[in-house]
Design a protein around this ligand. Structure first.
Ligand code: PLP
Length: 477
């Protein structure tokens, strides 16, 4: 592509993106296509010759866009957000333009050193302990896998890295997490070779948070069987209901037994930038590692997962490789982040974090997060004061779990599931808003998570009107 064409198309794409951001609320939030629709519209073989950019862009609009779910839509209330912002997007342009592969210091010193700096900024913003060093991973799943691998290696004196499983004499390495923990813990346990049978799902209480006494009991039982308790993964903000595992008592249990404590605060961690929410991290100083995702609720587009750990030697001893072709003169004086995670190649993710934090400033970020929490609180109050709806668990931050369950009618659990699923499907099919569901103590409920960058009170209010109208229809069936 010649430079002049690049400039012309580039400007037109910027214009399109600006319009998209202005008009994203006009698109159906959830893509309305049926499975296979997009694939069937695309040629099965690659083009032999060149195609012009105008045609490609046109096809993007005609063929691809209808198959996109619009995560930046202000009525996106599903899952947890993956929000973005203008500064993040602009930094991504620059990152893509430079196309740097930032595996070691030498391959872009600024990428490594900026990452060190912004990760320490994040540490300060969340009030994490000074001993923590940070590194950016792609996702929380990867961060948790890193923690599990480090815990495994530290507990076995790096034996698995050397000799593989099984350990001699045979011992079962065990991992503990709450029954409400995210599925990435189980996935990590499988990948790291612990085996699913050695993952203990600790019961949660009525608040859906891990019960420390149950954790202690499970660990003691394993010790009696001569198993080797290796890692506890505590959740700050579970996916179903943002339940908060109590870090302090869990941390004390881990400290006394020398067990690695990893904290998964994938979405909720962002709330700790607010002084009034710092309590969610009470006891975090016990944690050996900690993850939260700026790509969820900190206006930094996917992917960007902030992983912190205390014992960086455990991290680098677990992941270090040093082939001749990667040796440099600077190695003894710098951080080579290839040894701080799984892949060798690394994107320059620190740049977008730097842009975002500087653009908003701490106070700007706090305002946005505080607004989301305030809106969720208001939505919760609407649910609580409407006798047709039921709050399924008290709100902790920006997620409200609820269901339609009119007090004047007697529905069975099966009927309630059917009706609420119908409400969710109808709402999502409308394209006007998008929310998802979960089950809490086997009871089907709707999740309304407020964390999209541009969501305002008006969007939440409209969503509430739609929920009520849709519920009324579904309730008549
Ligand atoms: N942990 C929790 C609590 C989550 O809610 C999620 C995703 O929503 C994850 C981990 C996984 O995040 P990622 O997609 O970054 O791997």
């Amino acid at each position: 592509m010649d430079r002049e064409s690049f400039r012309k198309v580039g400007y037109s794409i910027i214009d399109w993106i600006s319009d998209y951001m202005d008009n994203v609320a006009e698109y159906p939030v959830l893509s309305q296509v049926e499975p296979g629709t997009i694939r069937d519209r695309l040629p099965g073989t690659p083009p032999e010759g060149t195609e012009d950019m105008e045609t490609i862009l046109n096809d993007f609009k005609q063929l691809i866009l209808p198959g996109m779910t619009h995560w930046q839509h202000p009525a996106f209330f599903a899952y947890f957000p993956a929000n973005s912002s203008e500064p993040s997007l602009l930094a991504e342009f620059l990152t893509a333009a430079m196309g740097a592969q930032c595996m070691i210091w030498q391959t872009s010193p600024a990428a490594t050193e900026l990452e060190e700096v912004v990760m320490d900024w994040l540490r300060q913003m969340l009030g994490l302990p000074e001993e923590y060093s940070g590194v950016i991973q792609d996702t929380a799943s990867t961060s948790t896998l890193c923690a599990l691998l480090c815990a495994r290696e530290k507990a076995t004196h790096y034996a698995v890295n050397k000799q593989g499983f099984p350990l001699s004499p045979p011992k079962r390495l065990t991992v503990y997490t709450s029954e409400e923990a995210h599925s990435s813990v189980e996935k990590g346990v499988k990948i790291a070779g612990f085996g699913k049978e050695n993952l203990r799902l600790i019961p949660a209480g009525d608040d859906f948070a891990m019960i420390p006494a149950e954790l202690e009991r499970a660990i003691e039982e394993d010790q009696r069987k001569d198993n080797l308790p290796c890692c506890v993964v505590a959740a700050v903000g579970t996916t179903s209901s943002t339940a908060m595992d109590p870090l302090r008592p869990i941390g004390e249990i881990c400290m006394h037994r020398g067990i690695w404590l990893h904290v998964d605060a994938a979405m909720a961690g962002t709330a700790a930038i607010l002084p009034e929410m710092r309590h969610i991290l009470d006891g975090v100083e016990y944690a050996d590692s900690f993850v939260f995702n700026p790509h969820k609720w900190m206006f930094t587009n996917f992917d960007c997962s902030a992983y912190f750990c205390k014992d960086t030697a455990a991290l680098t001893s677990t992941f270090e490789i040093l082939p001749e072709y990667l040796k440099t003169d600077a190695d003894r004086r710098v951080k080579n982040f290839r040894d701080w995670g799984i892949p060798l190649g690394r994107r320059f993710r620190a740049l977008k974090l730097w842009f975002v934090i500087r653009h908003y400033g701490i106070s700007g970020l706090q305002k946005k997060v505080r607004d989301h929490i305030r809106l969720a609180k208001e939505f919760e109050s609407w649910i609580m004061t409407d006798s047709r709806f039921e709050l399924m668990t008290p709100r902790n931050i920006n997620l409200v779990c609820f269901r339609y369950n009119p007090s004047e009618r007697q529905f069975t659990e099966d009927e309630l599931e059917q009706i609420n699923k119908q409400i969710m499907d109808d709402l999502n099919r409308s394209g006007k808003m998008f929310l998802t569901h979960t089950k809490l103590k086997e009871r089907f409920c709707l999740r309304m998570c407020i964390g999209q960058t541009n969501t305002t009170r008006e969007h939440v209010e409209k969503a509430w009107e739609r929920i009520k109208a849709t519920a009324l229809q579904a309730g008549k069936l």
